[in-house]
Design a protein around this ligand. Structure first.
Ligand code: MN
Length: 249
């Protein structure tokens, strides 16, 4: 695998992030430079988006398929109502943002509310889409290649499972996440608390501006606005465009 392809796969893996655990064929598929998309697997969550809108993806199994571990009616309500509400909210807030941009309405309280809504519904949609694939009737053995990675990053499969289940149990409201961290190219366990806290899990940043005071205070004192204006003058959109192309290939 050449350097460019390796980089592309890292970025794609970053997008797939927490779906790593659910997708048993991922490592095999990556070796062949393509993703198997047989059965009802949706490795890159392509079924969660259609015709320019986020959509409720179909479950990869029947509603009663996980019984008794997950009761059919509970699963159906979770999917059809709760997950659907995130999808509806996500599309709605994107439309509100679109309208606000058209009207030039950047009232800070609106921007804050919309950003919070976007993160809440966006992360909710993504995490649920992954969640359905995180379960399979009767469970399944961890594939050897993935187990090797787990042993490398957590010491042993048993230690990983203990850590992951304890992390899950210690969450009051949020998600336990096994994620691929592309900088260190390793697996990590996260407790994602209150996913409305302005993140869209798994999104790959294209360009960023440091708004911590340490980034601008020595030069701009408390004039954040001037810092941003000046940053915009020097922003590297070519870099952003290249990353955009890379993750879309
Ligand atoms: Mn849920």
């Amino acid at each position: 695998m050449d350097r460019k392809n390796a980089r592309r796969n890292i970025l794609k893996s970053g997008l797939a992030a927490a779906s790593v655990m659910a997708v048993n064929h991922l490592s095999v598929a990556d070796q062949h430079g393509q993703h198997e998309n047989n059965s009802n697997e949706d490795i890159l969550l392509e079924k969660a988006f259609a015709e320019d809108r986020y959509v409720l993806p179909p479950l990869p199994y029947d509603y009663d398929a996980l019984e008794p571990h997950y009761q059919g009616q509970a699963l159906e309500i979770h999917h059809k109502r709760h997950h659907q509400a995130y999808v509806t909210g996500l599309n709605a807030v994107l439309e509100k943002m679109d309208n606000a941009r058209r009207d030039g309405n950047y009232d800070p309280s609106h921007v804050r509310a919309y950003s919070s809504d976007l993160a809440f519904n966006g992360s909710g949609h993504e995490l649920h889409s992954i969640f359905w694939h995180s379960m399979t009737a009767g469970g399944v053995e961890m594939p050897d290649s993935f187990a090797r990675q787990v042993r490398r990053d957590f010491g042993s499969v048993e230690r990983f499972k203990a850590h992951f289940s304890q992390a899950n149990k210690a969450i009051v409201g949020g998600w336990g996440v096994l994620a691929y961290e592309p900088i260190g190219q390793r697996l990590i366990i996260l407790q994602v608390m209150e996913h409305q806290d302005n993140t869209f899990t798994g999104a790959v940043p294209l360009l960023v501006c440091d708004m911590w005071e340490h980034a601008f205070y020595l030069q701009y004192k408390n004039d954040r606005s001037q810092w941003v204006d000046n940053f915009m003058e020097i922003a590297n959109w070519q870099y952003a465009a290249k990353r955009y192309d890379a993750i879309r290939r």
